[in-house]
Design a protein around this ligand. Structure first.
Ligand code: URA
Length: 252
């Protein structure tokens, strides 16, 4: 990492209220500079001089409320996505949900309404959740789960979020998840998979199996927009299977 990249990283985390940062020396944690603090309670692994990127600690306190995270996001201008948004789309549903669905980012309808998954893909997701639950005898509706995205502002022309946008906004997703502490997470599509599991492995290979974000089980499945394409009948059937697995795991 160049000094300039390192400076940007430090500035970014300082802006988010994280200071001081620590580096690991022979497995031990040492303050990077002789500044104010005692080592934090969480294992601090921010600056590892030999690795290309710092390994970042979970910087948010556990158990934050969604309101306090929204307050912290404020009128966010931390990345370029703010330039084209109408409003921030934070998430919707039960803040104490046992199941959280994570998508990619708001589209035009979501940007307009300020709510995630309210367009065509969203209606399909709602149908999938409520239809599968009803058929499996599980008494839940969309309002009982929590739904959010990796990025909270609509990417221009619905393009895929860029790595730095995912990195910046992903921190708020992680804080949301840590605040809600669901029993399971369902990752919808490859952007959610990259953000939560840190892998570029495709959805097709990962779906249908349990993975983990921190200690929370993650089921991977297809993004609803992908399922809406007419030639993806097979994928649709697989997604129903994935969803059944998640619903039974969480609500049985
Ligand atoms: N696609 C997403 O990934 N999220 C939304 O909120 C809507 C469409």
């Amino acid at each position: 990492m160049t000094p300039d990249q390192l400076r940007k990283y430090l500035e970014f985390y300082r802006d988010l209220g994280m200071s001081p940062l620590y580096r690991r020396t022979n497995g031990a944690i040492a303050p990077r500079r002789a500044v104010d603090a005692a080592p934090p309670a969480e294992p601090a692994t921010a600056i590892a001089p030999d690795s290309p990127l710092p390994i970042l600690p979970p910087f948010a306190p556990e158990g934050e409320t969604l309101e306090s995270i929204i307050e912290d996001i404020g009128d966010c201008k931390r990345c370029r996505l703010h330039e084209g948004r109408t409003q921030i789309v934070f998430g919707s549903g039960n803040p104490q949900a046992e199941l959280v669905f994570v998508g990619e980012g708001p589209g035009a309808d979501e940007d307009e309404q300020g709510l995630p998954f309210v367009g065509r893909a969203g209606q399909f997701l709602t149908q999938m959740i409520e239809g599968t639950a009803a058929r499996e005898g599980i008494p839940i509706k969309r309002k009982d789960v929590y739904i959010c995205n990796v990025v909270k502002c609509r990417p221009p022309a619905n393009r895929t979020p860029l790595p730095d946008e995912m990195e910046i906004c992903g921190q708020f997703l992680f804080r949301q998840l840590a605040g809600i502490r669901p029993k399971a997470i369902c990752a919808l599509g490859s952007t959610a998979v990259k953000a939560l599991l840190g892998t570029k492995e495709g959805v097709m290979r990962l779906r249908g199996h349990w993975h983990k974000w921190r200690d929370i089980p993650v089921m991977v499945t297809y993004h609803p927009s992908y399922l809406l394409r007419p030639y993806n009948q097979n994928a649709k059937r697989e997604a129903w299977e994935d969803l059944k697995k998640v619903l039974h795991y969480v609500y049985d």
